[in-house]
Design a protein around this ligand. Structure first.
Ligand code: R5P
Length: 302
């Protein structure tokens, strides 16, 4: 069965590396805006009977969701056998509860939206905190790829005597796993968020950081304020400059500059979201995830 990968523009580099691993063809996905802001998507015509893999990291999701829906719908009209989505960054998973009266539970609503146009989903470390598994949100085959082995390998090769620091309790799940794989000690701080840009974190245990290079590890850097709050505590401790490692590099506005001003050393990310900080490639685990998802979707079909 032919597999055709159709990538959104920002994701071509990772999608091409994944397609190579899969032995899949990269097809055409063109997306343009009319002057009034409406989108026109055009895809490869030659996909009848194929397994189509749409590749779209869903940072800035509001602008991409509808074009994604158009691409998936068109793939079906043109005879695709199945249409899957690889969204290395899957937006909206943080809003998994009604924190204030009347708020949308965006994680569920977004899942219902995506299920209407795709048959399966592969993503990388979605921010699931209160929800244990992606399958609890999605009713289609959905596989989470873990970035931990790639992060641990990068830290082992690039950082001397690392000590990992998770900036909040939510990061504990990733930090503990990466620390074990990198054979490094770790600690996890407590975070209080007072607003989008106002974040406090607890003091690190300075004694156990001595003689190490601090590595701040978080799943998402958005405004960067979480990492900045942790860097601010590390600065007076006279340690080597802290390395910041993030899975999903959203880095909105002045986030990168704020991190540098707060004393960050190297700032690196996986290539789940295309960004100048990308240093850790995820093509291999994503290709494995796609193979597993296609196999599961086939089993369900039988
Ligand atoms: C939230 O709990 C996440 O793990 C990140 O810590 C958070 O999204 C980072 O956001 P920001 O960079 O805006 O502080």
């Amino acid at each position: 069965m032919a597999t055709v990968v159709l990538s959104f523009p920002d994701d071509v580099s990772l999608a091409t590396a994944v397609a190579k691993r899969l032995g899949a063809r990269i097809g055409r996905l063109a997306w343009r805006h009319f002057p009034d802001g409406e989108s026109l998507v055009a895809i490869d015509e030659d996909i009848a009977g194929a397994d189509v893999v749409l590749f779209a990291s869903l940072d800035a999701p509001d602008g991409k969701a509808l074009p994604l829906w158009f691409a998936a719908h068109t793939a079906r009209e043109l005879g695709a056998r199945r249409v899957g989505l690889v969204a290395p960054y899957l937006a909206y998973m943080r809003q998994d509860a009604r924190f204030h009266a009347g708020e949308a539970i965006s994680a569920n609503a977004f899942a219902r939206f995506l299920e209407q146009c795709i048959d399966w989903l592969v993503t990388v470390d979605p921010h699931l905190h209160r929800i244990e598994r992606l399958e609890a949100v999605f009713r289609i085959p959905a596989i989470c790829v873990a970035a931990a082995p790639c992060l641990a390998q990068w830290i082992r090769c690039e950082v001397e005597r690392p000590v990992l620091i998770g900036p909040d309790s939510e990061s504990a799940q990733w930090v503990a796993d990466v620390a074990r794989k990198a054979n490094a000690p770790y600690q996890v701080l407590e975070k209080t968020r007072h607003g989008d840009h106002e974040v406090e974190v607890s003091l690190p245990d300075a004694g156990s950081l001595r003689g190490h290079t601090p590595v701040l590890l978080d799943d998402i850097a958005s405004t960067g304020r979480t990492l900045v709050a942790a860097l601010t505590h590390l600065r007076p401790l006279q340690l080597p400059p802290a390395v910041c490692v993030v899975i999903h590099a959203l880095f909105v506005g002045d986030a990168l500059e704020s991190l540098r001003n707060a004393g960050a050393g190297k700032i690196v990310s996986t290539d789940s979201v295309s960004h100048s900080s990308n240093a850790i490639g995820l093509a291999v685990p994503i290709a494995n995830g796609i193979n597993a998802c296609l196999a599961e979707a086939t089993d369900r079909h039988r």
